[in-house]
Design a protein around this ligand. Sequence first.
Ligand SMILES: Cc1ncc(COP(=O)(O)O)c(C=O)c1O
Length: 383
Amino acid sequence: MKVPFFRLRLTQTEEREVRKVLRSGWITSGPAAGEFEKKIKEITGAKYAIAVSSCTAGLHLTLEASGIRNGDEVITTPFTMAATIEAILYCGAIPVFADINPATLNIDPTQIRKKITKKTKAILTVDMAGWPCDYDQVRLLAKNNKLILIEDAAHSLGGYYKNKPIGSIADATVFSFYSTKNVTTGEGGMVTTNQKNLADRIRHLSLHGMTSSGWRRYFGGGWKYDITALGYKYNLSDLAAGLGLGQLARFSELQDKRQRIAERYFSNLIDYGGYIEPPYQDNISRHAWHLFIIKLNSKKWKIGRNQLIIELEKNGVGCGVHFIPVYRFSYFKKLLRISAKNFPHSENSYNTIISLPFYPDLKYSEVDYVCEMLIKLIGKYRR
Ligand SMILES: Cc1ncc(COP(=O)(O)O)c(C=O)c1O
């Protein structure tokens, strides 16, 4: 059997929504993007939602619209995708890294506290794999130090922290609709916030700093407009939003499937806890289940993580590693003069994690096969 690391299956529901846009006479930002924003507001409970071309673009806009400028410090996690750091650098700001809690792989509030200086302006969290950060602690730190809290929720649409949906907890939350995410538009993103001024600034900057959009101008809003800021071209097209609307029509079904696949992995692997640690969970939050990341207990293995991935792939199981911590990339290492030594939990976690195949289209028989191969390799390589 071959189980790919990722496989996307779209249905007639998505096709129907995209076809509607194709036949509507308008395919860039307009009514479908508006409808998509409305649906995201319903899911997240946020007052405002702005559809954008990617999560990276949304993070950049949110930081800039929040007033993050040259020399400001933004505390974030090294255990993330490069986009989180790039968005900070686009603003001329300095990413300051706080190590993670190794159990959750999320930024550790006690480490954040140590990194706050007079130059700190914001905290940028990441909900790794779809598991929400410790927001009571992070919000308290932000409030007490007058810092803006921005949440990179690329993985956590559908997640909850203490009965609150992700999307209405931080000052602003940014989602990704990249091809592999829980909801996809091919490429796309969304910013949600409860702050009107911030929402207005983000929308304004997302389309060249124009005072009126193309849709408004051509359909009754008058031809005149002004440019009142240096904006970007970060809007989401209606074509992409159509795909997103089709995905949202299936969202609860897709999330249920993710939940059931996670449970299947847990029950198959329950007896092997000495060798592999399954993802962290507790009753405080609800997982959005974007990724299924296991950790190896390296003392119990004769081979390392890299070799195990090779062995799994030889047996037809596609794997990933989320993430290579950003201080390991040559560009960031040189630019920010950061060293792995300062982030022992990120470094140890990085060396022992494997992301297993995990997507709604994954069959139970495929989950069982992945686990069978893992168990076979435990038998062969255990200490
Ligand atoms: C944690 C995190 N942040 C940001 C991004 C960037 O998302 P996008 O590709 O929509 O820009 C990703 C993408 O994988 C991600 O995993």
